[in-house]
Design a protein around this ligand. Structure first.
Ligand SMILES: Cc1cc2nc3c(=O)[nH]c(=O)nc-3n(C[C@H](O)[C@H](O)[C@H](O)COP(=O)(O)OP(=O)(O)OC[C@H]3O[C@@H](n4cnc5c(N)ncnc54)[C@H](O)[C@@H]3O)c2cc1C
Length: 346
């Protein structure tokens, strides 16, 4: 059978762009389809990532896409426990999310072949049906994110609701990254990240057991901290799948990547690295004509890394802020070098 492309990728988020980059580097024919209008918009992520993992899996570090670097971090509970660390080098960075995804689309592996404003309605074997055409490929890479019509809808209690406000605030001299764990954000946390010299990203994510609106939960929490009062410049709301990573990531000629297979580090609710790593690996497997390569790497490396975070997250949040506070006290007893290695690598 002859195909229109070697691979069709559904979704131009981090995972789809990473898959496209791998196919482009391998000289294969592919197209990335996305229903939205523009790459990197609307903003989908705070963009904070661990530099150790960025380097390990080859994510981009071009200066033009970095909003801020993280040298100092603080983890707190609203019951008064805390653990803070500063490093003599950057251990993390916060991407300017829109610029980061544009960079993946245009510069990382050269200009990728992307068709925007193209909604995929269904996939059958090697055929993808959009609103106005049907196209074929040997491999389909599903990179359509959480809660898409292309994937399984997770139950509400497996998905964190997330909401963020970029506020105009003066640069802090102490911490570029602060996380507060609180029983008003079950399963998640409140955050405060540097986003350039006079802006900070203030947000919250949690399992929506309480049925409360994230904007209200954030407002109530931040009112307690005068240093967080600043003009609101932008807002962002979305969902993060926070459950066990999938076991099976391939189904015949179809490979699933990113949020669709819960490639999220549950402790930090960070999904960019899992999206990039799974997307790249699926792209390499498609280029090698061997989807099993992706499943093998998933089983041997990607899933064990995600599972470690999943199990730690379950332990940490077992009794809400109380159990997290207990772990913070234990972490304080670790030798400084070990503590820095653990927290610096998150
Ligand atoms: C508020 C918030 C803050 C976050 N902060 C961080 C952070 O600081 N660090 C971190 O590492 N992670 C963070 N994450 C998680 C991270 O952003 C996601 O895990 C990651 O972006 C997932 O990438 P993806 O490619 O799997 O999916 P997505 O980025 O969701 O991409 C999916 C794409 O598929 C397209 N699509 C869907 N259905 C169709 C269809 N039928 N046809 C065509 N196109 C379709 C969508 O338009 C979308 O562009 C955050 C998430 C949220 C919500």
């Amino acid at each position: 059978m002859s195909y229109d492309y070697d691979a069709i990728i559904i979704g131009a988020g981090t995972s789809g762009l990473a898959a496209g980059s791998a196919l482009q580097k391998a000289g294969k024919s592919y197209v990335i389809l996305d229903k939205k209008k523009e790459i990197g918009l609307p903003v989908r992520s705070t963009g904070a990532v661990s530099l150790e993992w960025v380097n390990r899996i080859g994510m981009p570090t071009d200066r033009s896409i970095i909003a801020s670097e993280i040298h100092a971090m603080s983890f707190r509970t609203d019951t008064g426990r805390s653990i803070s660390m500063s490093f003599n080098r950057a251990v993390g960075l916060v991407y300017n999310f829109t610029e980061y995804e544009r960079y993946l689309a245009e510069k990382f592996a050269g200009r990728l072949n992307i068709k925007m404003e193209t909604r995929v309605n269904s996939v059958k074997d090697e055929t993808v049906f959009t609103d106005n055409e049907k196209i074929t490929a040997k491999y389909i890479i599903m990179a359509a994110g959480p809660q898409s019509n292309m994937g399984i809808k997770l139950p509400r209690d497996r998905v964190l609701v997330a909401y963020e406000e970029i506020r105009r605030l003066p640069k802090r001299d102490d911490y570029e990254m602060i996380l507060w764990f609180s029983d008003s954000a079950p399963g998640g946390y409140f955050w405060d990240f540097a986003d350039g010299p006079d802006r900070r990203k203030i947000g919250v994510c949690y399992y929506p057991f309480n049925g409360r609106v994230p904007k209200d939960v954030l407002a109530e929490f931040t009112e307690r901290f005068p240093e967080l009062k600043g003009d609101m410049l932008e807002t962002m709301a979305h969902q993060i799948p926070l459950t066990e990573p999938a076991e099976k990531v391939i189904d015949g000629n179809v490979m699933y990547v990113g949020d669709m297979v819960n490639a999220v580090l549950n402790t930090t609710a960070g999904g960019l690295q899992g999206a990039f790593w799974s997307g790249t690996t699926a792209g390499i497997a498609a280029a090698a004509n061997n989807p099993l390569l992706y499943q093998q790497k998933w089983d041997g490396e990607i899933r064990p890394w995600l599972m470690k975070h999943h199990l730690l997250h379950q332990k940490l949040h077992k009794n809400g802020a109380k159990s997290i506070g207990r772990y913070m006290t234990l972490a304080k007893l670790m030798p400084t070098s070990f503590k820095k290695r653990v927290f610096g690598g998150l």
